[in-house]
Design a protein around this ligand. Structure first.
Ligand code: UTP
Length: 487
């Protein structure tokens, strides 16, 4: 595209400021800038800005008129399941794992700004006795499921791990896995792919220049998953491998039961196309989205969208009416994911005001101290409304949910709380298996040894655990997962 054509194109779409510094930049930089502009469909980008502003207006109108909780027929709670039901779901889940029908969609494209880590969040070590990263913990849970599947079905399991990264996290994530020999998993069963980006806008819809020759952009949110699944060929890969059930979750829940057989079995036996694991809200004011129905459609209603009355409403049994706290932990059938790629353009756009570095009118790079623009994101849960058979599984927070969002100063959802939550749960597992352990002992159970507290009795019954910190691990374990030949 010649300079004149580029200028006309930009002027037509009201974005001509993007070439304001054309005369100041080198030929290479001009090529870079023109390339970045060419990649964007500016008509679509302007439309995205308009739609995101519009949906923000709608969100601001509190929505409790047509708000209904999830019907009981579509809701089960792990703690109320009979032993036989639990085992039935688990058995079904392991059968699917042994047939290679199960995949995991890991959302690892976020920028982890609140944590302030500077690397992909999955590489974070919260300071457990083993010093394992979040990625390693999750990888080892998958390894363990492969083995358990063999014990339970006679067939070694095969779970395909799809890892969504973004332009910032792709390189370091892939290197980290390679440097750690894929944590004992088969390299072929791990598929990395990259989500898209969207430009950052100022409040008037002008795309922000990050440098004189470079547009400001950010990942398009964890709901960018759906577009990336199609554009990166992942839907084809899912089909080729015969994967039918996908467990999608955030990278930062240290207690995540990756590819949970009970969840998979529950969804399969109910013939669900889309599902969410939820935890009970701890209080009416807990700032967490709730899964509910609005105008007959399943949705996550953000805390800010609920009126105080709706947030505090209680059932006759004393439980909050809107208590199904969303924890970014979902099930999708492969068929549903295929179908959703057609709806992708209809997904709601969420807007966040941010401090976005920019080049000022004098051509000088500035780092603002106040929000000066917006990032636009799509959210993974905004597809619930397109589901034909949506269900929920309530799980115990102390067993399945502890998010790493902030640095320790926040004292909440931070490395210290994540670490404590793991250690507390593992002490509980030791006690359940007949071991003796005091509350101040820091003991961590390797996922290679036990996925959810199982198979510990023989090892720990009547044992007193007094050494702290202590890493209880599998005899086959090396620093990068199982010894060769044991995975
Ligand atoms: P969060 O919304 O908590 O964002 O992501 P974050 O990047 O981890 O942290 P902040 O907001 O910058 O502090 C929830 C999950 O969605 C993923 C994250 O990696 C995390 O697993 N995510 C988020 C993506 O995969 N892509 C995105 O564009 C945004």
């Amino acid at each position: 595209m010649s300079y004149e054509k580029l200028k006309d194109y930009l002027t037509y779409h009201g974005q001509e400021h993007l070439i304001k510094y054309w005369l100041d930049i080198s030929d290479n930089e001009r090529e870079q800038l023109a390339g970045e502009i060419r990649k964007l469909d500016l008509g679509e980008m302007n439309e995205i800005f308009r739609r995101s502003m519009e949906s923000t207006q709608l969100i601001l109108e509190k929505q409790d008129n047509d708000l209904k909780p999830i019907p009981q027929t579509h809701y089960e709670s792990v703690s109320s399941l009979s032993q036989s039901k639990f085992e039935e779901y688990e058995r079904i889940g392991f059968e699917e794992i042994s047939k290679g029908n199960v995949g995991v969609l890991l959302l690892a494209g976020g920028q982890a700004t609140r944590l302030g880590f500077g690397h992909p969040k999955g590489m974070y070590d919260v300071g457990l006795p083993s010093h394992k990263s979040l990625f390693q913990i999750q990888a080892e849970r998958i390894c363990r499921l492969h083995r358990m599947s063999e014990e339970k079905t006679g067939k070694y399991g095969k779970i395909t791990w799809y890892i969504m990264t973004s332009e910032h996290t792709m390189g370091p994530t892939v290197r980290f896995f390679k440097d750690h020999s894929y944590f004992g998993l088969n390299e072929d069963d791990i598929v990395f792919f990259e989500q898209g980006t969207l430009p950052c806008f100022d409040f008037d819809g002008k795309i922000i220049l990050d440098e004189k020759y470079h547009l400001s952009s950010a990942p398009d949110g964890n709901g960018g998953l759906y577009r990336a699944l199609k554009s990166q060929g992942i839907l084809d890969d899912i089909k080729r491998r015969g994967v039918e059930h996908l467990h999608a979750h955030s990278v930062d829940n240290i207690l995540i039961k990756v590819a949970d057989p009970v969840f998979i079995g529950y969804c399969k036996s109910k013939n669900a196309d889309c599902a969410a694991k939820v935890v009970q809200k701890s209080s009416p004011s807990e700032p967490v989205g709730v899964v509910c129905r609005v105008n007959g459609h399943y949705k996550v209603v953000e805390y800010s969208e609920l009126t105080d009355e709706a947030a505090e409403r209680k059932n006759p049994d004393g439980r909050l009416t809107f208590s199904a706290g969303n924890i970014c932990n979902h099930y999708f059938s492969a068929d549903f994911l295929n179908k959703i790629s057609d709806f992708e353009k209809k997904l709601k756009l969420h807007l966040a005001k941010k401090k976005i570095p920019f080049v000022d009118s004098l051509g000088i790079k500035q780092k603002p101290t106040l929000p000066n623009g917006i990032k636009i994101e799509k959210f993974i849960f905004d597809v619930f409304e397109f589901a034909e058979n949506f269900i929920c599984l309530e799980v115990d927070r102390d067993v399945e949910f502890s998010a790493l969002k902030n640095s320790d100063e926040a004292k909440k959802d931070c490395p210290s709380t994540a670490r404590e939550d793991v250690l507390r749960l593992h002490r509980k597992y030791i006690r359940q298996a007949g071991g003796i352990i005091a509350d101040d002992i820091e003991l961590e159970i390797s996922p290679l040894l036990s996925y959810g507290g199982e198979d510990l009795k023989e090892l720990v019954e009547n044992e007193v655990f007094a050494i702290s910190p202590f890493h209880l691990k599998s005899m086959h374990e090396t620093t990068n997962g199982y010894k060769n030949g044991n995975h």
